[in-house]
Design a protein around this ligand. Structure first.
Ligand code: HEM
Ligand SMILES: *[C@@H]1O[C@H](CO)[C@@H](O)[C@H](O)[C@H]1NC(C)=O
Ligand SMILES: *[C@@H]1O[C@H](CO)[C@@H](O)[C@H](O)[C@H]1NC(C)=O
Length: 321
């Protein structure tokens, strides 16, 4: 109990300092305190109910928040549907099986019934990702709210997402462009403790890898054989990132140590000398992983946040007002 109180206190301090660092002033820990006091509870109950019937959606919510924040900032742009004149982010091949939109729609509708036009879709998504992490056994933490929803969602913007075949230098560069340190990039990759990838995302590692290797030499040969078998079922066959796909734990980092990282972008974190020690530290110390993960998530949730007239509070998360 004392430990958790301390963790919460520390994360509050972190939020205050990082919010200042990023020049985000309109966001606050009590933004909906007066405006819509039940918002946080509604999101939490909706997420808990949905995950009770389908635990795999925790991964979907976490990933959706990441994609939202990396494109155009955390402004709910990932939630917008395509229209007659515009192809939205979610219809990019890079959407690769994003899941959990119904949970956001459901929470939004209940919140609109309580306090119409007050709570943004971007905030609902940020809260839902946070609640999903906790539901799956990860750290508990507070996030500031007050994000506004954006009006732009374009398929071509998804080129700003990292690719599964990136090596550590490419990952460091891309996350660096968003203000993240090497350590923060590695800890955020730990989100892959939840969920699965489809064969289309990693099959390049299994056959004709390069001119001298048939399979990726960074991959354990037994694990490679298992993946090859999975992928005989086709490009959409799924493999879990670690042995506990619905538990938020440090098994992902243990898998990397055993050369059983699913994507090139996962295994490179152990293969590269610049990031290996960080992987080892999280594999050894889950509490350290949890603490640094929540710090990095709070920071990710502040990326290019829109405030005031720069955005709106969408009434339907799939459509601009
Ligand atoms: C480091 C660079 C990253 C790359 C290259 C990457 C790439 C991918 C790819 C290719 C998939 C599988 C998609 C599919 O095959 O269907 C995936 C899944 C996933 N990603 Fe990442 N990702 C990265 C970082 C992150 C971050 C920072 C988060 C969240 C904070 C995240 C959360 C997830 C989750 C939870 C899944 C599983 C989704 C599910 O099971 O539905 N990823 N990622
Ligand atoms: C992802 O994009 C494809 C087209 O590339 C589209 O058919 C699919 O419906 C999209 N998935 C979601 C969940 O929006
Ligand atoms: C990573 O990939 C880039 C682009 O393909 C390449 O130039 C670079 O040498 C690679 N870095 C490492 C450490 O392998």
């Amino acid at each position: 109990m004392v430990f958790y109180n301390l963790v919460i206190l520390f994360s509050l301090l972190m939020v205050i300092t990082s919010a200042r660092r990023f020049g985000v002033h309109g966001l606050s820990m009590i933004y909906y305190g007066m405006r819509c006091p039940l918002a946080e509870n509604i999101v939490r109950d909706t997420v808990n109910n949905a995950l009770q019937s389908d635990p795999t959606l925790a991964a979907g919510l976490l990933r959706m928040h990441f994609h939202d924040c990396f494109i155009e900032g955390c402004d709910g742009s990932v939630l917008l549907d395509s229209t007659k004149d515009n192809t939205a982010e979610k219809d990019s091949p890079a959407n690769l099986s994003l899941r959990g939109y119904e949970i956001i729609d459901d929470a939004k509708q209940q919140i609109e019934n309580q306090c119409p036009g007050v709570v943004s879709c971007a905030d609902i998504l940020a809260m839902a990702a946070r609640d999903a992490v906790f539901w799956a056994g990860g750290p508990v933490y507070d996030i500031p709210t007050g994000r506004k929803d954006g009006r732009r969602s374009k398929i071509e913007d998804t080129r700003n997402l990292p690719a599964p075949f990136f090596n550590s230098s490419e990952l460091i560069t891309m996350f660096g462009q968003h203000g993240f340190s090497v350590q923060e990039m590695v800890v955020l990759s730990g989100a892959h403790t939840l969920g699965v990838a489809r064969c289309s995302s990693f099959k390049n590692r299994l056959t004709k890898f390069d001119s001298t290797h048939d399979t990726d030499p960074a991959l354990d040969s037994g694990f490679a054989a298992k993946l090859s078998k999975t992928c005989t079922a086709g490009d959409n066959a799924e493999a879990p990132f670690d042995e506990t796909r619905n538990s938020f734990d440090n098994a992902y980092f243990n898998a990397l140590q055993k050369k059983a990282g699913l994507l090139t972008s996962d295994q490179t974190l152990f293969a590269s000398a610049r990031t290996r020690n960080i992987v080892n530290s999280y594999a050894m110390n889950e509490a350290k992983f949890f603490f640094e993960f929540q710090q990095a998530m709070v920071k990710m949730g502040l990326l290019d946040v829109k405030e005031g007239k720069a955005g709106e509070v969408r009434l339907d998360c799939r459509k601009i007002n």
